[in-house]
Design a protein around this ligand. Structure first.
Ligand SMILES: NC(=O)c1ccc[n+]([C@@H]2O[C@H](COP(=O)([O-])OP(=O)(O)OC[C@H]3O[C@@H](n4cnc5c(N)ncnc54)[C@H](O)[C@@H]3O)[C@@H](O)[C@H]2O)c1
Length: 481
């Protein structure tokens, strides 16, 4: 029986909806799993057969081997009766006869370093969807359906989506935006207990569909449920990401640099002074060698490009992007300038390959820049370890002319044995305990490149033991000092 309640002058049915997700990547799969957990019947369509096979396996480890997100496997398995993954478009066509909403969760990477979004995947999916929507209910198109952008798209994209569907003869539909704010590595926990949900629509009818989809959250006391128009929703996403990205750049390009240039100060003490100001807060206030991942860089470049097209000064956006690149370039140049270090023939260990902890995502990971730099500078061998991302990392370099120089290790200790230099790149919590393994396995005299200040409380002990240390946010620490 359909339970209903009154919201303003609209009656909202608190019943299960049939929801299609197009694209079963980090965003599509996680969001679909949470929808199924909210009681909806969900179909996830993806063109990647291997991914669909793994996500359909009902085996936690197999599911998380393709999308390493804590809790994703359990959630899919627990809701297996309500979620299906498919690469068969005929199933999509059938499903649409009685679906209430479609989420577009396609990749929108940057196009050729222009800042423009590459909308190839999105447009193809939109074209296929249009044909299927126009043919639903044998062409009668009886059921009203809301098509929702979850992909990060240009601010005015929603109008293009609507126009594409209309031109292909789709009727009885609305368009909306529901930008995704998930934090990789915490996507499931963050989606089950979101801080905020932003839904963008032009019509009350479409807002009421959103409320039905998000019936679990729309009047939950701890969730900011924000209803705006689709343009504001898309802009809000890009702007929020830029502010976070700029904050990270501030933490290393200004605060970190200050701590590298003056003696008698530690980043952690300076940090305490700054973050205890409530107006500043502590989010992201850690030094690091680079802000990577699939979103910050791409979204900032897209924002900059869209503002440039509106004849606006984008210096702050450009400077933030430059600061990010400057940080990794500086970090990599320090061994030569501060120690006269030379890389040719060296055996190098890398700890951490994912762009951040708790994910196997390597998109824009600093590990890729570091590896390319080392190969360009003639190292003899790279041995790399990551708890989750080693396969993706090896796969990334499989076409590289010097791929034979790169090997994956099974544990931290293996990376250290016989190494001339050791990089710490990702903030995996398990790396906090590296001091003992380093002392036991890394040859004395080796160079430690700490890109996360993971060992900051031990720099003195490590230098006394014979290691040179270059860490973000500290002057060089030479062995024996
Ligand atoms: N990953 C994040 O942390 C994150 C956070 C917020 C927003 N976003 C945005 O969400 C969107 C999706 O990101 P993602 O990380 O999930 O990407 P992803 O690459 O992990 O997944 C996208 C999926 O879409 C599939 N696909 C491509 N073309 C298709 C088609 N025509 N039909 C069906 N499936 C198709 C791919 O096979 C892939 O599995 C992007 O716009 C991204 O910017 C991502």
């Amino acid at each position: 029986m359909r339970e209903s309640r009154q919201i303003g002058c609209f009656c909202v049915f608190l019943a299960n909806m049939r929801i299609l997700y197009i694209g079963g990547g980090f965003v599509g799969a996680c969001s679909a799993a949470v929808s199924a957990d909210s009681g909806h019947e969900v179909l996830v369509y993806d063109i990647d057969k291997e991914r669909v096979k793994k996500l359909s396996s009902l085996d936690k480890d197999t599911i998380e081997s393709c999308l390493f997100e804590d809790g994703l496997g359990e959630l899919i398995i627990r809701n297996a009766s309500r979620i299906k993954f498919s690469c068969d478009f005929a199933e999509v066509e059938k499903f649409l006869d009685s679906a209430g909403a479609v989420f577009m969760c396609l990749p929108t990477p940057e196009k050729d370093h222009t800042g423009r979004s590459d909308l190839t995947y999105y447009n193809q999916a939109c074209k296929d969807l249009a044909a299927a929507l126009a043919g639903r209910n044998k062409g009668e198109q009886n059921n009203y359906i809301l098509v929702i952008n979850k992909s990060t798209v240009p601010i005015e994209m929603i109008g293009v989506t609507e126009e594409t569907l209309r031109k292909k003869g789709v009727k009885n539909f609305g368009v909306g935006a529901n930008p995704e704010f998930l934090v990789e590595g915490d996507a499931i926990a963050g989606s089950i207990r979101p801080q905020r949900l932003v839904v963008g629509a032009w019509r009350e009818k479409d807002f009421s569909i959103f409320r039905e989809i998000y019936n679990r959250f729309c009047d939950a006391p701890n969730v900011s449920y924000i209803e705006v128009n689709p343009i504001e929703a898309a802009a809000g996403k890009l702007l929020a990401n830029f502010i976070l990205f700029n904050r990270l750049a501030n933490c290393y390009d200004v605060v970190g640099r200050t701590c590298e240039k003056f003696t008698h100060m530690t980043y952690e003490n300076v940090r305490k002074i700054i973050i205890t100001d409530k107006r500043i807060g502590d989010w992201g206030f850690y030094d690091s060698l680079f802000a990577g991942g699939s979103c910050f860089i791409k979204d900032a470049r897209s924002l900059g490009q869209q503002l440039r097209e509106k004849d606006t000064n984008v210096d702050l956006v450009s400077n933030t992007l430059e600061a990010n690149n400057r940080q990794i370039n500086r970090f990599l140049s320090r061994p030569k300038f501060e120690l006269g270090y030379a890389w040719p023939g060296k055996k190098v260990g890398i700890l951490g390959l994912a762009f951040k902890r708790n994910t196997n995502d390597i998109r824009n990971s600093a590990a890729l820049n570091v590896t390319e730099f080392l190969l360009d500078h003639g190292v003899g061998e790279i041995l790399a370890y990551d708890p989750a991302a080693a396969d993706n990392y090896l796969n990334y370099f499989k076409g590289h002319a010097e791929k034979n120089k790169i090997k994956a290790a099974k544990e931290e200790k293996e990376v250290m044995e016989g190494a001339d230099a050791l990089f710490i790149i990702t903030d995996w919590p398990q790396f906090r305990g590296l001091y003992e393994p380093i002392m036991a396995n890394l040859p004395k005299g080796a160079l430690i490149m700490d890109g996360r200040r993971t060992l900051y409380h031990k720099y003195g002990d490590l230098s006394k033991a014979g290691y040179d240390i270059i860490a973000v946010g500290s002057p060089v620490v030479k062995h024996g000092t």
